[in-house]
Ligand binder design. Structure first.
Ligand code: SF4
Ligand code: SF4
Ligand code: SF4
Length: 384
């Protein structure tokens, strides 16, 4: 794999990312600002210049997943189980009654609120704003503010969100560790058109389950009259235990067992409604993976390493692209022996790895700053 960009560009972009990460973290702790700024600057440089980036991406994504889980438990611990229980049972009511002062304050890690918290910090430049912005939602402006990071991230990165940002995807990635495939799960694959098993990917009806899940969740959201995202939020799953138990069982199988046995992202390919929803807009996002069919020597290495069965022999022959489940992880790019795969700006020949990587890192650091900061300084943040 050729490096994503030249040395000068890589240094410039890495410095910019480092400064942005420093900016997000320096207010509560100057040392944290330096650590995050230099760490993410170096990570960006490695991703832009190394010929082999998968170890770096793996470490980066799994680290964010670990930080998110640890951050969540730290926050739970500070808040205390009793307070948490009160909050869990009352917080959704506030969505429909403007002006309630404290009910609904999202001091726990609401996956709807967390990125907005840091956006609020960036926009208003004061850390104290954290306390104001997490009161859900008192005005239309705040409601819009909450939505912006989700919409912008999905519109720019598409399923790249899954390959570079999502903590749940990072958790699945962690469970895929190791090389040995213990279970090929051939019965879920298309019948091989050539002698080789698995090169034609997952059967369509298996991939389509996630769209059914997304529609089911939409219907649940309408019938419970809560925002869509709340249906997959842990708080909602605590409130409706039967849903929570089902979610835990599905997660154990699709996040833990299957990825460990098969080394593919089963939760992301088959279950995740977020991935399904992003797929609806994937075709209008600016970056996509493209294969130069004229150079391809049909070695099938890209197909075998693909985490989501997005790259298939059929997809290469038909369109010179992976299918819509491609999470832009770069694995195929890295293994191609003739360098005929790359990320392009859609509809052009412009190579765009040097754009996608820094954009992903900048977005990820915005999404997770809240958890990283929480682990270190939650008491002073909340002025406990
Ligand atoms: S498919 Fe869902 S769980 Fe998987 S990485 Fe994407 S958003 Fe996260
Ligand atoms: S097609 Fe390539 S970039 Fe897309 S998910 Fe598969 S390996 Fe990753
Ligand atoms: S790894 Fe490259 S050469 Fe091999 S099948 Fe894929 S695109 Fe073709």
């Amino acid at each position: 794999m050729r490096p994503a960009t030249n040395l000068i560009n890589a240094i410039t972009v890495s410095i910019l990312i480092g400064v942005y990460a420093f900016y997000l973290h320096y207010r509560p702790s100057f040392v944290l600002g330096i650590v995050m700024g230099s760490g993410l600057g170096i990570t960006t440089f490695a991703l832009l210049r190394f010929r082999s980036v998968q170890r770096v991406r793996y470490l980066y994504l799994v680290s964010y997943a670990i930080l998110m889980w640890v951050g969540s438990f730290v926050i739970f611990n500070y808040i205390g189980m009793e307070n948490l229980a009160v909050w869990v049972w009352s917080h959704t009511k506030v969505y429909y009654y403007e002006g309630l002062p404290t009910l609904g304050t999202t001091l726990v890690p609401c996956n709807r609120a967390m990125p907005e918290i840091m956006l609020g910090l960036a926009v208003f430049g004061r850390f104290e704003y954290v306390e104001a912005v997490v009161k859900l939602p008192s005005t239309l402006q705040l409601g819009i503010l909450y939505l912006i990071p989700f919409i912008v991230t999905a519109l720019i990165l598409g399923r790249g969100f899954c390959g570079w940002i999502c903590f749940f995807g990072g958790t699945v990635q962690g469970c895929m560790s190791g090389k040995k495939v213990r279970w090929k799960m051939s019965s879920f694959m298309k019948k091989p058109t050539s002698g080789e098993q698995n090169i034609d990917g997952l059967r369509e009806e298996v991939k389509d389950v996630k769209y059914g899940v997304a529609i089911g969740i939409l219907l649940l959201a309408i019938s419970f009259a809560v925002p869509l995202i709340c249906i997959v939020c842990w708080v909602f799953l605590v409130q409706f235990l039967w849903l929570g138990i089902a979610f835990i069982l599905v997660s154990i199988v699709f996040v833990g067992i299957l990825p460990f046995m098969n080394k593919k992202r089963w939760f992301c390919m088959v279950i995740c409604p977020v991935g399904a929803i992003i797929n609806f807009i994937e075709k209008i996002t600016p970056f996509h993976v493209k294969v130069d069919k004229n150079i391809c020597i049909k070695c099938n290495k890209c197909i075998n390493v693909c985490e989501t069965y997005a790259m298939t022999r059929e997809s290469i022959e038909k369109s010179g692209k992976p299918n819509i489940d491609c999470i832009k992880c770069h694995r195929c790019i890295e293994v191609c022996p003739v360098d005929c795969i790359d990320i392009h700006v859609r509809g052009t020949k412009i190579r765009a790895r040097s754009w996608l990587i820094p954009l992903s890192i900048a977005a990820a650091t915005s999404w997770y700053a809240w958890f990283i900061i929480s682990i270190l300084i939650l008491p002073s943040l909340l002025r406990l």
